[in-house]
Design a protein around this ligand. Structure first.
Ligand code: SAH
Length: 266
């Protein structure tokens, strides 16, 4: 039976420095160890991370993603989930629960998705190191941060200006340099940066926006929840020339896509 997955639950990660202990013996702690730690944590702002968050993140991966019946198998996705400091993307008063198994509010009536949903959608997108990916619905910037280490470039659009600004600041602060955030309605996509190898939509329209299909490369993939305001179906779409192959993969609940899609008819 299909399980409902709610886009706004919470999740944890392995420390960035797990490899360093082995090196210490051989290389004699000191400078090399320090350099390793620095290199490993550079760019993601984890050098002063509270160990409780790292432990919580590791538990999240183990209990919610790796050890479940519908386990996430993609090693890169698991690594990203184990590395990205989710607590940095939630409001300060919710940091303690940032790695729980559920969505969390991020302000403006919006949510950061459940860790499993983020990992699942990323896995389904089949990210490749050379990919250019478009995300619609930046929200906190967490999903974009997860994609950042898996692909070449991430373009992310957010309709709520304050969220777009905050995500841009957080992503820059944490060193995710290959993510570009733009404030605007994602319905029409990001024409100047198109075509994309993959598109991920993290808000729910009642139909697939045609401009997003147009901006996909031939052979490109799109992961998108489509449906009404209460529950939607997550689809994996594959573009083959003029054909769009559709696979319904999971019932989900996302916040609705707002903006132009609501004022237009199919
Ligand atoms: N991916 C986000 C969570 C997204 S919540 C994260 O990792 O935190 C869905 C987001 O989609 C909300 O922030 C909402 O404001 C945004 N959104 C809704 N309609 C949109 C549209 N037409 N264009 C761009 N963003 C939209």
């Amino acid at each position: 039976m299909m399980k409902y997955r709610y886009s706004s639950f919470v999740g944890f990660a392995l420390g960035q420095n797990t490899g360093s202990a082995r090196h210490r013996k051989r290389l004699g702690f000191g400078l090399v160890g320090c350099l390793l730690l620095l290199v490993c944590s550079e760019g993601i702002g984890l050098e002063n991370e509270n160990p409780d968050y790292a432990a919580a993140r590791a538990r999240m991966v183990k209990q919610q993603l790796d050890g479940t019946r519908d386990a996430i198998k993609h090693p890169g996705v698991l690594k990203a989930m184990a590395s990205v400091p989710r607590h940095e993307f939630v409001p300060e008063e919710l940091r303690e629960v940032a790695y729980a198994d559920g969505p969390l509010p991020i302000g403006y009536g919006q949510t950061i998705s459940q860790p499993y949903v983020v990992a699942f959608m990323t896995e389904k997108l089949d990210p490749k190191p050379t990919d250019k990916v478009l995300e619609i619905g930046t929200g906190s910037g967490y999903q974009a941060a997860i994609l950042s280490g898996l692909v070449s470039e991430v373009y992310s659009m957010e309709i709520v200006e304050e969220l777009a600004e905050r995500a841009q600041i957080d992503l820059a602060r944490l060193g995710y340099r290959n993510v570009k955030v733009r404030h605007g309605d994602g319905y029409r996509g990001w024409r100047e940066a198109a075509p994309f190898d993959a598109v991920i939509v993290t808000c729910a329209p009642d139909r697939v926006p045609q401009p997003l299909v147009d901006q996909l490369k031939d052979g490109g993939r799109m992961v998108i929840p489509v449906g009404g305001s209460l529950v939607q179906t997550l689809y994996l779409l594959r573009k083959h020339g003029a054909q769009l192959e559709q696979e319904a993969i999971l019932p989900v609940r996302f916040v609705p896509m707002t903006g132009e899609i609501r004022n237009t008819t199919p």
